[in-house]
Design a protein. Structure first.
Ligand SMILES: O=C(O)CCC(=O)C(=O)O
Length: 255
């Protein structure tokens, strides 16, 4: 049984992103929020500071699945992996890395316009991210914005998106905000252009992101040698990623 309708897959191919509602149950979202809070308290204790102080400074974490059981289980959610495989039209997907991003109430920075693949040491444009909302993410809380269709445009050099702004000119008006409820997901193509503003609400805006690669994707250090995951690669350029650090998570369900 396919997870997505033909219309959903077509929408993803046209726009470069797709909202899939209610991928994760309320119970699981509550569990992940509690796991995040406990994990943040532990990270704060490890550097002998309070969790409040810690969370006012640190807002992003990678490879959380290696440290935390609840996120390790979420990473292996077979439904999310099946959706990723359907969108990529491949048999199996592997994790490139996971990523927790937390924007505190009335805080958090703008994440400027960028596309992901030019910043990854991955050769093929055959990857999707699953952005799972752990809190409701309305526009005022710093929802993601996308430029629909821009994922089909050629790969250009990676812009240093923290210092260099993408200028859209008259196209700016075509950008769309994509607010979602807790437990819902936004799958976005590795070449989609996206951004998020600060959180102007009085609630947290936390998201757990899994980056899925088509399992046949290969290592290309020339693209982004500096990326933190490059140090975890033990294969030669041009080879598929090593299973220990980049495990296969699942794939299409039998029809
Ligand atoms: O969560 C955010 O605000 C940004 C997420 C993002 O850039 C991504 O998922 O690639």
């Amino acid at each position: 049984m396919a997870e997505l309708s033909t219309k959903q897959v077509e929408r993803f191919r046209r726009d470069g992103h797709l909202v899939v509602d209610d991928v994760v149950s309320d119970v699981q979202v509550t569990r992940l929020r509690a796991a995040f809070e406990a994990q943040a308290a532990q990270w704060a204790a490890e550097i002998a500071t309070t969790v409040e102080e810690y969370l006012s400074i640190v807002s992003q974490w990678m490879n959380v699945w290696e440290r935390n059981t609840a996120f390790a289980e979420q990473l292996r959610d077979p439904r999310a992996a099946a959706i990723a495989a359907e969108l990529l039209d491949c048999d199996r997907v592997r994790v490139f890395h996971d990523h927790l991003i937390a924007k505190p109430p009335h805080g958090g920075a703008t994440i400027p316009w960028h596309r992901d693949l030019p910043n990854w040491p991955v050769a093929e444009a055959r990857a999707v991210s699953c952005w799972l909302a752990l809190d409701d993410a309305p526009i005022e809380a710093g929802a993601l914005w996308f430029m629909p269709g821009a994922h089909t445009e050629p790969i250009t050099r990676s812009i240093d998106f923290l210092s260099e702004q993408k200028a859209w000119g008259s196209r700016e008006a075509d950008a769309v905000a994509v607010p979602v409820r807790a437990g819902s997901t936004i799958f976005h193509h590795c070449l989609s252009w996206h951004t998020s503003p600060p959180n102007r609400s009085s609630r947290w805006r936390r998201a757990y992101i899994t980056v899925y690669l088509d399992a046949t994707c290969t290592f290309d250090p020339s693209r982004a040698r500096w990326h933190p995951m490059t140090g975890r690669v033990t294969v030669a350029p041009g080879a598929v990623f090593n299973e220990d650090a980049f495990p296969v998570l699942g794939g299409r369900r039998p029809r």
